[in-house]
Each structure stands twice: as C-alpha cells, then as structure tokens.
Design a protein around this ligand. Sequence first.
Ligand SMILES: NC(=O)c1ccc[n+]([C@@H]2O[C@H](COP(=O)([O-])OP(=O)(O)OC[C@H]3O[C@@H](n4cnc5c(N)ncnc54)[C@H](OP(=O)(O)O)[C@@H]3O)[C@@H](O)[C@H]2O)c1
Length: 279
Amino acid sequence: MFRDTDLSIAFIGGGHITQAMVCGLLAAGCSAKKILVCTPSTQGQKQFIEEHQVLATGDNSLATRFADVVIIAVKPEKVPLICTEIAEAMLETQQQKLVISLAEGVAHARLREMLCGSNRIICAVPNLAVTLRRGMTGLYADPDCLFKDTRTAESLMASLGETLWVQEEMQLADVEATSGSSSAYLYYVLEQMQQIAIEQGLSEKEARNSVLQAAWGAISVAQNSQQSFAELRQSAVQSKSTSKDAIQALKDADLPATLRTAMKTVKQETQEKLQTESI
Ligand SMILES: NC(=O)c1ccc[n+]([C@@H]2O[C@H](COP(=O)([O-])OP(=O)(O)OC[C@H]3O[C@@H](n4cnc5c(N)ncnc54)[C@H](OP(=O)(O)O)[C@@H]3O)[C@@H](O)[C@H]2O)c1
C-alpha cells in the first residue's frame, strides 16, 4: 500500500503512463484529492475528473505549486518546455520540489540543468503494469540526491509493483530492455501462439483463454518456486516428450539470438539517447 498518504502528487502529462499510474495509486490507497493531473486538453482533464475523481488542470505552474512530488510524464521533446515552467514555479515559491522524470532517454544531468541545478531529481522507468500494481520500475538518483527523496520515490513506485535501483544511469537502458519494453515482446509471443492455435483448430476465444491461462500458470508457478527458469524448463521438458521436441525446434530456430537482437536494440537506443542529450 502507499504509505506517504500526506504527499500531494502532480502528473505533468495525462497520457498512457499517467492513466496507468493514477489507477495504480488509487488502488494502493492514495487519496484522489492528493493527485492532480495536468494536461492541455480540457477533454483530457474532464476524463480524469470523471473517471478517477482526481484533480485536473491545464496549468503546469499551478500543478507544481500544488505538489510535493512532480512527475514528468510528457514525451521527451516536450521536457525542456515543461522544465522551464516547473523551474519558474519553484523559483516563484522559493520551494524546490521532488521531480520524478519518466521521460525516456532524458539524462539526469540534462534535467538538472533544465531545473536550475536542483538536486531533487529522480529518473524512473516504469511499465504499464503499474495500473494493476504489478509494475516493474527502474530508478536512478545521482549521489547528491537527498535520502528522504529516494525514500519517497521508493514508497511511491513500490506501491505500484517492484522496484530496481541502479547505481549507474546507463543501467536504466538494461531496465528499459528487460521490463520497460517487455509488454511488447511478451504480447507479441502470446499473439503468435494464439494465431497458431487458431490455425491448428481452436476458436479465437479458446485459443486466447488457453494461451493466457498457460502463461499465467507458468508465471505463477515460477513466482512461487525457488528453482531457476532453466530448472523449471527442464522439469517441464522431462514430464512431456513433446515439449522436448518443441524446445529443440526453438533452439534450431535460434530463438536466443533473436531475443538478444531485440533487447540489444532497445538497450543501445536508450543508451544513445542518454549519451547524446537528444533534447
Ligand atoms: N507509455 C509507457 O509505457 C511509458 C513507460 C515509461 C515511461 N514512459 C514515458 O512517459 C512519457 C509519457 O508517455 P505516454 O506514453 O504517457 O505519452 P502520451 O500518451 O503521448 O502522453 C503525453 C501526455 O502529455 C501531454 N502534454 C503534451 N504537452 C503538454 C504540456 N505542455 N503540458 C502538459 N502536458 C502535456 C499530452 O497531452 P495531449 O495529448 O493533449 O497533447 C499527453 O496527455 C514519455 O516520455 C515516455 O517515454 C512511458
């Protein structure tokens, strides 16, 4: 559950990740009156108010003044503009706020520069499963960051799933490749399995249920087991000779090489963005 119930949280940006985090935070016991979503469209604001009973505005400066924690949840190219508004509001009120940036590939040093040297900045890489409080969030704080701020970020993100703190900012690229982009890989595998099951004779609904329940079952067993994934796979293969042939087919097609290429691509792209100060 979310323990820092006195904290007010402002989201700058009202898109997919904000929607997911708001759902998760409300489910974790955060009060709707402590959440403010700032998004330009009045339609977007209305939707957050009606669906979640949270506060909403189109004024980033007001959102910064309202919050103890400001979460940057806009596309990376919008970050400089947003940071100018946040920095001006902090200067006006003479109050530095904890800023958690979700913007992909925007480096901590660049954020610090845009936020007038503030040492109250944390970078986070969540995924959309935060909506069901089953998220996996990578977190990075530089050595100047206050301990109370890392504790707040931990409490916030841990209420939405698991967290992984990295020592070096570049390691956020590993998180991006592993859990940040995982939904895309995993849904693609499930989609392909469903399609093949349909071709082999199941109805669309039967195929979806079978694939979903099989994936859910396998993950639940792994979560409740001390065995490694390799050991679990070996047990599965030992109990069924057909599984052995299936694994051999996947090995023959060099599935590990394909996965390695996919994850390496995400890692490299993220590292390049972090290194080149793309915005
Ligand atoms: N989606 C994910 O799974 C995920 C996961 C981790 C991190 N992230 C990061 O989180 C950020 C947001 O991603 P997203 O998927 O939520 O994007 P998104 O759905 O495109 O949402 C962006 C939001 O920002 C709003 N916005 C645009 N200009 C603004 C301004 N000047 N002030 C305030 N809000 C403004 C947009 O409003 P309009 O639509 O009205 O323009 C929209 O509501 C990105 O940097 C992304 O890298 C996303």
